[in-house]
Design a protein around this ligand. Structure first.
Ligand code: FES
Length: 319
């Protein structure tokens, strides 16, 4: 599937907290942008071969802008640094139309939104949407310190400010996130949403499981994942292309396929976005992504070839 790409401009740029830039992207003619729902992200085309996904953190009811919050991470593979360095006010940027892999559940009786650091971005859009739907929620925003944390003024002045709780590592115990208390008993229709650093997310997800939440009521979005490309080599047969290639130890399937001229569309290269999904015709994948659900992984009929590998000696893919 080829995504539609919008040519937008950076209408406004603000630096907040420590290393966070907040960008408002708009159509150069002032036209409305394609609608999105809370939890959606967009592909930002930074330069040839460098496409990164960022959650939309504005109010979905505002069709004039797509708002992003991006933390500069020098240790990243160049995406956030390019956003900070290239996207100045007035500059042009190619942006994919919004896609949503982290939607709000319909008909929730209550939503508990938990954002760690820059992981708060999709939660802000969710807070806007839940407010518009008159659906009860609370937003818990965890950060290292008040000084390093972005969006605080915006959240303090939002119409839903009374539903926001902040928690800082360097402030008193009384304000720290008491996860068991926040999660409480999983009442009917209560949904939990989490986004943030992977360790933080694992802690929240495990807490929700222990509190008795149904897996389908625990929603998560990973924005940064360490890809583990270790493991023995294996053979990949690209059935439709009629080609076979050996994937070496430490090599990704996409890199191996590229050596025989097979190009698979990719984006995040971290097993997060789902762009490189391929059907598996034979063999057993070793799933290393965070995109497929546990059930989808167990079915073993799909694989994300940017990061996953094989448990069997041979994988046959429908490409
Ligand atoms: S390119 Fe994003 S999951 Fe593979």
């Amino acid at each position: 599937m080829t995504e539609q790409v919008l040519n937008l401009v950076v209408r406004k740029r603000q630096e907040q907290g420590e290393g966070v830039v907040i960008l408002d992207l708009a159509d150069p003619t002032g036209s409305d942008l394609p609608a999105f729902e809370a939890g959606a992200h967009v592909d930002i085309h930074l330069k040839p071969g460098l496409v990164r996904q960022y959650s939309l953190c504005g109010d979905p009811a505002n069709a004039a802008v797509y708002r992003l919050g991006v933390l500069r991470d020098p240790a990243s593979r160049g995406g956030s640094v390019a956003v900070h360095d290239l996207l100045t006010e007035g500059s042009s940027v190619s942006v994919g139309t919004p896609r949503n892999l982290f939607p709000l559940a319909a008909g929730a009786s209550r939503s508990i939104l938990i954002g760690g650091g820059i992981g708060v971005t999709p939660m802000i859009a969710m807070a806007h949407q839940l407010t518009a739907q008159d659906s009860p929620f609370e937003l818990h925003y965890c950060g290292r310190s008040r000084q390093r944390t972005a969006f605080l003024d915006e959240l303090a002045s939002a119409g839903f400010a009374a539903s926001v709780r902040t928690h800082f590592d360097d402030e008193g115990d009384a304000q720290k996130l008491d996860l068991p208390a926040v999660l409480g008993q999983p009442g009917a229709g209560v949904h939990v949403y989490v986004c943030g650093p992977s360790g933080f997310m694992d802690w929240v997800i495990e807490g929700a499981r222990q509190a008795g939440y149904d897996e389908a009521h625990i929603h998560r979005e990973y924005f940064q994942v360490e890809v583990d490309a270790s493991g023995a080599g294996f053979e990949v047969v690209a059935q439709r292309s009629g080609k076979t290639v050996q994937v070496a130890e430490g090599q990704t399937i996409i890199d191996a396929l590229a050596t025989v001229g097979i190009k698979v569309e990719i984006s995040c290269e971290q097993g997060v976005c789902g762009t490189c999904l391929c059907d598996v015709l034979d063999g057993e994948p070793d799933h290393r992504d965070v995109y497929l659900t546990d059930d989808e992984k167990a079915a073993n009929d799909q694989i994300l070839v940017c990061c996953s590998r094989a448990k069997s000696k041979k994988l046959v893919l429908d490409i």
